[in-house]
Design a protein around this ligand. Structure first.
Ligand code: MLT
Length: 392
């Protein structure tokens, strides 16, 4: 057997595994330390009642011979596709049921989608970036080009007409910076992609955190996007499904690339390599779109955005520059005293028992920055900010 030596080009471990190991080492040395985790964007609020009740019902159905279900459709049950269809219709986005594919989360699909692409594509990725976009391409042996997301452009790079990209990754609200594209900025990307014949992979995992009605929550709010973009979304951050696993990907039927019908190809890929998401998870996801479920998940998101407001206030007091937090669960801050990201990470861990994510882990432009998440409890968020104020 010959191994895939593209793996040799990757960092030794995935960013969040490396951080988890550092935190374990610190906890072993200081078993009494009350560590507050604001590193990986994992939720802390339990599933809402509407979701729990839908899951209980689904479990009961699975225990009854009359309602038991075995394999479901690989692309997802129609009841969930229709709920997603209606969710988009509220924003005047018309999707066909066959364009909606249910998955176990955005991360898997963002990796799996590369099955549809030739190695010989120019892939454009913002820097800093969610590491999955980069690592999955490196694993496949594909070269990547970076575009700079910096303080100067508000961490929202715009297209350069002199560059011919074939595949473009965009994430808004952005992971890791929390910056959000305006409608005009996103339109520039859609226009660019259509002109160049490029495909946009749009990660909308954090769309539910957008509170400003002027900001787009889906790329399909931009005219022409159904001819050039695939959208990935997830219930992980919207409804606290990080441990349940369910997401969805929209592959429009109008999406043709290099003479290929991407919707047909993705259907073929999923029916071959995927056996669908559990019935229980899909019923849980369906409940998110019912009026009561919507109200309850919004209350949880409001709570996290309240945490973000606590963090923004603390950073304002400390005069630490940052972006994000208003329409996003992430805050991206400049490390004080010109510290580099990992030194600031180590300082916060050692002196404040606080875990953040070093910006350098998201790319070279992340150096000198770090990311905080608003997904902790209010009590821990307040305590974390007090600890930061104490040591700075
Ligand atoms: C993050 O912290 O960036 C995310 O939680 C990771 C993920 O969604 O996979």
């Amino acid at each position: 057997m010959k191994a895939n030596h593209n793996y040799d080009k990757l960092e030794g471990s995935y960013l969040f595994s490396k951080i988890a190991q550092k935190v374990r080492d610190h906890q072993n040395l200081h078993p009494e330390a009350k560590i507050i985790r604001m590193g990986i964007g994992d939720v802390t609020m339990p599933l809402c009642d509407a979701v729990i009740s839908a899951m209980h019902n689904a479990v009961s159905e699975m225990g009854d011979i009359r309602t038991f279900r075995g394999y479901g459709p690989e692309q997802g049950y129609s009841f969930l596709q229709m709920a997603i269809h209606d969710y988009y219709a509220q924003r005047k986005i018309d999707l066909d049921e066959k364009e909606i594919f249910i998955s176990d989360g955005a991360k898997s699909d963002l990796g799996n989608i590369l099955d549809l692409m030739d190695l010989d594509n120019r892939v454009l990725v913002p820097d800093p970036v969610y590491p999955v976009y980069v690592d999955t391409n490196v694993m496949a042996g594909r070269a990547i080009e970076f575009m700079n997301a910096t303080e100067e452009n508000g961490f929202l790079p715009q297209p350069d007409p002199s560059v011919q990209a074939d595949v473009i990754y965009l994430c808004s609200p952005n992971n890791p910076t929390g910056a959000v594209f305006t409608r005009d900025q996103l339109k520039q990307w859609v226009d660019y992609a259509r002109e160049k014949g490029a495909l946009i992979l749009f990660d909308a995992a954090y769309e539910a955190f957008i509170r400003d009605p002027q900001l787009p929550r889906s790329i399909y709010e931009i005219p022409g996007a159904k001819e050039c973009a695939i959208e990935f979304c997830s219930f992980s951050k919207t409804a606290g499904f990080t441990g349940v696993r369910c997401g969805y990907t929209i592959v429009p039927r109008t999406l043709n690339a290099d003479g290929a019908d991407l919707n047909r190809m993705w259907t073929r890929r999923q029916t071959t390599k995927f056996n669908g998401v559990s019935y229980i998870s899909q019923r849980a996801a369906e409940a998110v779109f019912q009026p009561e479920g919507m109200r309850q998940v919004k209350a949880n998101i409001d709570y996290y955005l309240g945490n973000a407001a606590v963090m923004m206030e603390a950073l304002d007091t400390l005069k630490i520059p940052y972006v994000g937090g208003a329409n996003s669960p992430y805050l991206w801050l400049k490390c004080p005293n010109q510290m580099d990201s990992w030194s600031f990470f180590d300082l916060l861990l050692k002196e404040a028992n606080l875990v953040v994510t070093p910006g350098a882990g998201f790319g070279k432009n992340g150096e000198g920055f770090c990311r905080l998440t608003a997904f902790n409890t209010r009590e821990n968020t307040i305590e974390a900010m007090e600890r930061i104020k104490r040591i700075l």
